[in-house]
Design a protein around this ligand. Structure first.
Ligand SMILES: [Zn+2]
Length: 343
């Protein structure tokens, strides 16, 4: 995955990617077949097939086919709450000739089940890979919904350790935030395969390139590049509209952004934001935010100001640019201060 691997075509997205998902027609077609078979008292394979695809716990999620065979569900711009059942991050799946790969599974078992039901309205191919872009609950808590598919659960080689260290807290805190109904059935499913550096997986005439990144948003960020369409899945290395959340290293994140920008992807999928966006333009607001936080925190450290003063004032000029600013900005400044004061 280098800058010269693919031609960069900024601007192509505008007319191209928000095509109506195929599932609409197929769902209607299946429903008609189902009704036709019912009318004739049929109990053939199609009926049982349709029944198997209906997940009682999850009604399908809305998805956009952003490129051929690449589907993205856009999560809400929100923090965990009973009403959203943890559906606050972008969730994707990619369909090859032989198999399906899921990229992030949502913030609860219920959302994972809904995602699985959605996939089954589009394809019957086996779900062989469930990839997590990083450790955060809104990206991994739906994993359990795919356990019966017996996929490879794949993450950064540091993901297993990161989840183990936080499991108790993640489960307790998010059970509280979601409430018992939305949280029901949610458990942590750890990766069965860790990516040391780079891993290629083959879905059949379609290769995904997984790359373990150095510490940035977290210490276990993984990127996924779909060679068939030039789509780059960035997980929470890219936030759009939703304010970035820093849980790794601000220095590492800014350094990594410089390298990611060199990739000639045709489109990117952010962890939070629209289903797809043009690259590298999509990164500019987040880069500006992180540069501002970094510069202002460094200045305040130099001036001998306290971490509390920094948390109360740094980044306020960015407030209008971002949703959920009040939920994350002070926390980001505090994390950046703790990191940068030891430079
Ligand atoms: Zn995250």
């Amino acid at each position: 995955m280098t800058a010269t691997a693919l031609p960069s075509r900024p601007g192509e997205l505008n007319g191209l990617i928000f095509a109506k998902p195929r599932r609409g027609l197929r769902t209607v077609f299946r429903a008609m077949l189902f009704l036709a078979l019912l009318a004739f008292g049929g109990e053939g394979e199609l009926v049982s097939g349709a029944a198997a695809q209906t997940n009682p716990s999850g009604s399908p999620l809305s998805v956009t086919e952003i490129a051929p065979g690449v589907f993205v569900h856009q999560g809400a711009y929100a923090v965990f709450a009973p009403a959203n059942r943890g559906d606050v991050a972008n969730l994707s799946f990619v369909i090859g000739r032989d198999a399906v790969a899921v990229i992030d599974t949502g913030g609860s078992a219920a959302i994972g089940q809904a995602l699985r039901a959605t996939i089954r309205t589009v394809t019957d191919k086996p779900i062989r890979y469930v990839i997590n872009t990083h450790m955060h609950p809104d990206h991994v808590f739906g994993n359990a919904a795919f356990a019966d598919d017996r996929p490879d659960f794949i993450g950064h080689h540091k993901l297993a350790r990161a989840l183990a260290a936080r499991a108790e807290r993640y489960l307790a805190v998010n059970a509280q935030l979601l409430g018992p109904e939305a949280f029901a059935g949610t458990r942590l499913v750890a990766p069965t395969r860790g990516v040391q550096d780079r891993l290629a997986i083959d879905l059949g005439e379609r290769e995904l390139i997984l790359e373990a990144q150095p510490t940035a948003h977290t210490d276990n960020d993984l990127t996924i590049y779909d060679t068939a369409t030039g789509t780059l899945f960035l997980g929470d290395l890219l936030f759009m509209r939703h304010i970035p959340a820093l849980d790794g290293s601000i220095r590492g994140w800014l350094a990594l952004i410089g390298r990611l920008e060199q990739i000639a992807a045709k489109r990117v999928v952010p962890g939070h934001g629209p289903p797809a966006a043009a690259w590298p333009e999509a990164m500019q607001p987040q880069k500006q935010y992180l540069q501002r936080i970094s510069a202002d925190v460094r200045r305040m450290i130099k001036e001998g100001r306290s971490i509390a003063e920094a948390a109360a004032t740094v980044g306020l000029s960015e407030k209008e640019t971002w949703l959920l600013f009040d939920a994350f900005n002070a926390r980001n400044v505090t994390a950046a201060f703790a990191e940068l004061e030891w430079e």
